[in-house]
Design a protein around this ligand. Structure first.
Ligand SMILES: [Zn+2]
Length: 650
């Protein structure tokens, strides 16, 4: 069972972060969430037993962030006392180079403190959401964040008013401004897409109304819709988002089929309302792009990190060329599952049984061994970080689902897991520590101001760890069955993280392009569009997989469509990570230095030029060709093992 689980910010938190973050103060907590659903299946019993939830080896020590609650509360009071001073900072801000530097240094210091403050509260809350004190603390943290945001909302406007010519002169005159260069140049770069102050104020006032559609969808799906119940193994099971995700990997094909039917036919009954909600989200994106004079909604969305629209369109075009590789995998899956034909409900069951269980200690050992190609200093740094007691390892009552990494500048990052002793958990462990090492490398090389990296880069570091792990376990497997298992896992991971996300990216492009052409969207129309994509990606016309029309409402199940042009970064990152992993596995020290150099760059430059300097052009087919070559090789290897080692039918 593997819903795609780890990646950034649970969606509610992400939306909140966007709402709360004033332009002057960006809160981009690097937190992972699952790509598929609103909620994850409830955690199975902890692999380490009930005591593991409190065993100090498996529970993080937050006292290095704040000594105790009283220290956190004292900081809350101190930050609140800063708020009026932040508003007053406007007086004389940027009058000359020295005052600009003093002002920006002060804002940076507050930003750093506020992030630390927020991280402590949200980390505690995620370990037990039922605890009222945790809820209260989270609310207080958000309130402080909001007040700081409002009190510094004037900053970008003030920076624009200084203008590019004076900013450049200031940068020359005052060397201490160098660490703020990225920020200063970003404000100037995006200035031409700013509206008049009156229009910006009006839009800001309207924004809660404009984002209501996301909440409408959430309420419909989690509260209003009455989900059907089916009988499985003599027990009634409700087929809501959680039940569906459990049942879609069920070994009995008839159960899967029944679950898919019940689930997606229910979505079909609500496709009118759910379609209207999503259509409004798309309309808002297109309107925003037009108002701000971007050529398209996708261009407007990618502008924040200066990623050209062509990068997105290259992903879609190259994935289409790569579909024969996906089709080969689907046929292989059919063979391994020993099915007479293949349908969409056959995507999730495991093709091979796992050879063993994996403790967190096993996960640590495997991850450490797997990163050897990154060099001894990297391995040593990871070893030390693993011992720093910053992990929250096992599931526990009230604990959030999924996994995330959250960085505190100058410290070993927090790693939040729900370890289940499966290989999937080992992969998650490696993934999150990929983020963790990225944070450590960037923090070691960059000042606070340029240490944070965007998602476009973040997932590359995480997937590179996963791919190195996949390579390591495959090479050290002791039996043929074990190797078949690891190969199957590796290939399936590419399907889920690359092909599925690229298909979503293409759907988002299709819906936005339609509105930009002046066409109207509806639930029925989206179902048709999604059907076309499902059929194309899964080779329905070539007889690879049957796509029953009833599953075409799957778009309504994907919450991330309410966060447009976001998931494509999982696909681009998986492709880029494949390229870097291939380079690293050659053992060439230059490849290692290039890759570690990329991590150390943090957010000091935009991701696309950074990657280009690291030898990877995201506007070219190269990353996608690397991914296809890799997947084909994995399948060659898997097929070569099959005749003598027939896999267990799931
Ligand atoms: Zn991630």
């Amino acid at each position: 069972m593997k819903p795609f689980r780890r990646t950034l910010v649970p969606i509610a938190a992400a939306v909140l972060a966007l709402v709360m973050a004033a332009p002057a103060l960006a809160l981009d907590l690097d937190v992972d969430d699952e790509l598929d659903s609103d909620t994850q299946p409830a955690a199975a019993p902890a692999g380490g037993g009930a005591a593991a939830a409190t065993d100090p080896r498996y529970v993080w020590d937050l006292s290095t962030i704040f000594k105790d609650d009283a220290a956190w509360e004292a900081e809350r009071q101190a930050l609140l006392a800063e708020v009026p001073r932040l508003t007053a900072l406007r007086e004389g801000f940027g009058r000359d180079a020295a005052s600009l530097r003093a002002g920006l240094d002060r804002l940076s210091a507050i930003n750093q403190r506020a992030r630390r403050f927020f991280t402590y509260a949200s980390a505690l809350a995620s370990t037990d959401n039922r605890n009222p004190r945790h809820q209260e603390r989270s609310g207080q943290a958000r309130a402080v964040w909001g007040q700081i945001g409002s009190a510094t909302a004037w900053v970008d406007g003030a920076l624009r008013d200084i203008g590019p010519v004076r900013i450049e002169a200031y940068l020359k005159a005052e060397p201490g401004l160098a660490k703020h260069r990225v920020r200063l140049q970003e404000v100037q770069r995006l200035a031409r897409h700013q509206l008049t102050p009156e229009a910006e104020t009006a839009l800001a006032a309207m924004s809660p109304a404009m984002s209501a559609t996301t909440q409408i969808r959430t309420l419909l799906v989690t509260t209003d819709i009455e989900w059907p119940t089916i009988t499985v193994d003599g027990q009634p099971v409700k087929v809501d988002n959680i039940g569906y995700q459990r049942l879609r990997a069920h070994p009995d094909r008839a159960v899967r089929q029944q679950a898919f039917d019940a689930f997606f036919k229910t979505y079909a009954r609500f496709q009118g309302s759910l379609g209207a909600a999503l259509a409004q989200r798309v309309d808002a994106g297109v309107a925003n792009a037009r108002l701000r004079q971007y050529p398209s909604a996708v261009a407007a969305s990618l502008a924040a990190n200066d990623i050209p629209e062509s990068v997105y369109r290259t992903l879609v075009a190259e994935t289409n060329k790569a579909l024969p590789t996906l089709h080969r995998y689907l046929k292989l899956r059919q063979r391994l599952l020993k099915l007479p034909d293949l349908a969409y409900h056959d995507v999730y069951p495991d093709i091979v049984t796992a050879p063993r269980r994996y403790s967190p200690e096993d996960a640590a050992e495997l991850t450490l061994a797997a990163v050897a190609p990154l060099g001894a200093p990297y391995q040593k740094q990871l070893r030390e970080a693993l011992a720093a007691r910053t992990m929250h390892v096992y599931p526990a009552p009230g604990k959030s689902s999924g996994a995330y990494q959250s960085g505190v500048y100058g410290q070993v990052p927090l790693i939040f897991l729900n370890h289940q002793d499966t290989f999937d958990s080992v992969s998650t462990y490696a993934h999150e520590w990929g983020h963790g090492m990225h944070t450590l490398q960037a923090n070691g090389a960059q000042p606070f101001e340029t240490a944070s990296y965007p998602l476009f880069l973040a997932e590359i570091a995480a997937f590179t760890h996963e791919l190195l792990l996949a390579d390591h376990v495959k090479k050290t497997a002791k039996t043929r069955e074990e190797r078949v298992f690891y190969l199957g896992e590796a290939i399936e991971r590419i399907r889920g993280a690359f092909f599925r996300q690229a298909m979503f990216a293409e759907f988002e492009l299709a819906t936005h392009d339609a509105v930009q052409r002046g066409e109207a969207l509806s639930g029925t129309r989206m179902t048709r569009q999604f059907c076309d994509l499902l059929r194309k990606y899964h080779g329905a016309d070539a007889g690879v997989m049957r796509i029953d029309p009833s599953v075409c409402t799957e778009w309504a199940f994907i919450p991330h469509f309410h966060r447009p042009f976001y998931v494509y970064q999982y696909a681009t990152s998986m492709a880029a990570a494949t390229h870097f992993t291939q380079q690293l596995l050659t053992g060439n020290p230059a490849a290692r230095d290039t890759y570690v150099g990329l991590l150390r760059s943090g957010g000091s430059r935009h991701p696309v030029p950074l990657l280009k300097d690291a030898g990877l052009d995201m506007n070219s087919p190269a990353p996608y060709q690397a991914l296809v070559r890799h997947m084909e090789r994995l399948m060659d290897e898997l097929e070569s093992l099959l005749p003598a080692a027939p896999a267990n039918p799931a």
